[in-house]
Design a protein around this ligand. Sequence first.
Ligand SMILES: Nc1ncnc2c1ncn2[C@@H]1O[C@H](COP(=O)(O)OP(=O)(O)OP(=O)(O)O)[C@@H](O)[C@H]1O
Length: 360
Amino acid sequence: MTRSSAASPASRPVKISCRNLWKIYGTPPDRAMRPGQGPAAAEFARQLRAAGRVPALVDASFDVHEGEIFVIMGLSGSGKSTLIRCLTRLIDAEFGEVRLDGEDLLAATPKQLIDIRRHKMGMVFQNFGLMPHLSVLENVAYPLKLQGEAKPAREARARQMISLVGLDGREQALPSQLSGGQQQRVGIARSLAVEPDLWFLDEPFSALDPMIRRQMQDEFLDLQRRLHKTIVFITHDIAEACRLADRIAILRDGRIIQIGTPADLLLRPADDYVAEFTADISPASVIRVGDIARPGQEVAGARTVAGDLPVEALLTDIATGTTDFAVQPAGKYGGGGLTAARVLRILGRHGRQDDETAAG
Ligand SMILES: Nc1ncnc2c1ncn2[C@@H]1O[C@H](COP(=O)(O)OP(=O)(O)OP(=O)(O)O)[C@@H](O)[C@H]1O
């Protein structure tokens, strides 16, 4: 399900990974048990539920690569927060493995964990988590204070971060004097102050109204283009997931049912549940030209377009009679040949489970 082009995040080293991760609320299970995988894991989860326990995370496995935006998407209660808490070890998984830069995170001592969280991880939460009695400057500088950074150095760094998120001039304001979007920018600046390798964002824009939310998503993408962080982003909003993600993991009842690019989820949904989720998404805006180009099928005289263009950008050309496109690789998107007929067929078929790369 991952891309293979050289510029793809999937070709970069793995930053954080988990394997066969389980979190079970209620009476702890016997750790000597072997929960199994695939159907055996599903059966084990069923037995746990029958016994009144909550398997909030069921055999979850994935890798997040350096520089990737990996979105975990699922409805309320699907296990998103549990997963992020297990990855940061705010809670301990009963079974499975979490590795950060190849190191076993579950073997870290409490002191090492504090160090890892302070120096390697940044976190942004839905409710902003700002300290109401501290100014913007003090809030942003706070994690550096915890690191023992001297006041002039931490304030200088905090000012840089405040500027990065576009809040110059508001350094002395209290959080209550800012709008929701501005407060979240402070949360973002604060989490970036420690220069985290790994950035966790747990529904950061959910409390914002739709217009501000969209603006914040754009700003977030713009920041990421400059910072190239490794990001685990949680949302229950598929439109947000499709806008932001390199790859999306769909979580249902604690189980990951599909991991793929936004185009993968639209073109090749793993099941009806995923297809239903993506049903309201406009495929023309999510699918990029390079997602559906046929490698090695360049056509002479075709109109040249970049692989990272959304397919909707071709529709005017198609309406005015262009029939063939030569797609140039762009970033993580590949190149090849593409016909107007193929574009229209794929847009028309969106939501079905046909493998479009095999279709004509
Ligand atoms: N401390 C706990 N004790 C028992 N059950 C819990 C606990 N925390 C979460 N759960 C249960 O685990 C499951 C997953 O919860 P979790 O909070 O991870 O979901 P979520 O996808 O983050 O939901 P939301 O979007 O509403 O925050 C739910 O069934 C929830 O009721």
